[in-house]
Design a protein around this ligand. Structure first.
Ligand code: PHE
Length: 333
């Protein structure tokens, strides 16, 4: 019985089999139990001897079963843990996160920058009156930008705004002076599409009106802005220019983005990158057009192309990529 029992345990691989084995040998009708029950049939001399042997064997089998049971339980536990283990390094790949469009990222960055300088962000409509887009901005009747071949007219009085400058007019009329605002948004011009032109593009407009605002304030504000945006090593250059709504007016060049002023092929070895923005002192007539006393108040304004800034910042060489919404492009940002 002993040998049989101990040998049988070797073949055991699960708890159920083990329990059957226990019943077979040690259960109420088990083989060893039978021996113990039949003790009465033995002579008084044999009884203690056989009884002792039987009890030893019982103990031995019990211990063996207990050991095997322990091993099986441990194994089952380990297998369960193994099966339920969570591999936190496995990528589930079922979450597709969207991407912020590089243009919007640029607008966010510009707005944050100007807000930190005390500007308020406002918005204006993309469909503008001819009065706001041209007349109130001093644009002469015969100015070429008014031409049908340059401007999208919806009718005689309404256009798709050709710049964000009409937001200046709205701001001054609605808020009066003093004033410190920026406004970013879509603008439209009748341009043929190429890698740097699109009939729909984006501008950011800025306007400050207060007592004693000077050209020095304008230059200081824009210099700080450009250094914050592109780096402290950026230089600026203010070239005289003409806009109907500012006097004097200037165009601002900044150091070449590639060589940072050293001179390279990209900047024709000049060290300068052309025309980052247009700016100037608000024309007194424009202030008056908006009901602001031009004897008491002065102001400066500036406008810049956001698409161009985005392209420089992200190294994009074709403006069309910004508007085609090709996922392969957008996923890179
Ligand atoms: N509106 C001008 C443009 O589109 C830029 C500008 C804005 C110039 C404000 C001066 C002041 O070119």
């Amino acid at each position: 019985i002993r040998r049989l029992a101990l040998e049988s345990t070797d073949a055991i691989s699960d708890l159920r089999e083990l329990e059957n084995l226990r019943i077979k040998f040690l259960g109420k009708k088990g083989e060893l139990t039978k021996v113990l029950r039949d003790m009465g049939k033995l002579s008084p001399d044999e009884r203690p001897i056989i009884g002792g042997i039987a009890n030893d064997i019982r103990k031995e089998i019990e211990e063996k079963i207990a050991t095997i049971k322990e091993t099986l339980v441990q194994e089952a536990k380990r297998a369960k843990l193994e099966k339920e283990k969570i591999d936190i390094t496995i990528s589930t790949n079922n979450e597709k996160l969207g991407h912020r469009h590089p243009l919007l990222s640029t607008i966010d960055e510009l707005e944050d920058l100007f807000m930190s300088m005390g500007f308020t962000v406002i918005s204006g409509p993309e469909i503008e009156t001819v009065a706001n887009n041209f007349d109130a901005l001093n644009s002469p009747e015969n100015h070429p930008s008014r031409d049908l071949s340059d401007t999208f007219y919806l009718n005689e009085d309404l256009v798709l705004r050709t710049h964000t400058s009409p937001v200046q007019i709205r701001a001054m009329k609605e808020m009066g002076a003093p004033l410190r605002i920026i406004s970013a948004g879509r603008t439209f011009r009748f341009d043929d599409v190429d890698d740097t032109h699109s009939p729909m593009f984006h501008q950011l407009e800025g306007l400050v009106v207060d007592e004693n605002v000077s050209m020095a304030n304008l230059i200081h504000t824009l210099d700080i802005f450009i250094k914050e945006l592109f780096g402290k090593d950026m230089k600026t250059r203010y070239r005289p220019h003409h806009f109907p709504f500012t006097e004097p007016s200037a165009e601002v060049d900044v150091s070449c983005f590639k060589c940072r002023g050293e001179g390279c092929q990209a900047c024709n070895y000049t060290g300068w990158s052309m025309e980052l923005l247009g700016c100037g002192m608000v024309h007194p007539q424009v202030l008056e057009n908006c009901g602001i006393d031009s004897e008491k108040y002065t102001g400066f304004a500036f406008g810049m192309g956001i698409d161009r800034i985005t392209m420089v910042k992200y190294g994009i060489n074709d403006i069309r990529l910004l508007f085609e919404n090709d996922n392969r492009f957008l996923e890179q940002f």
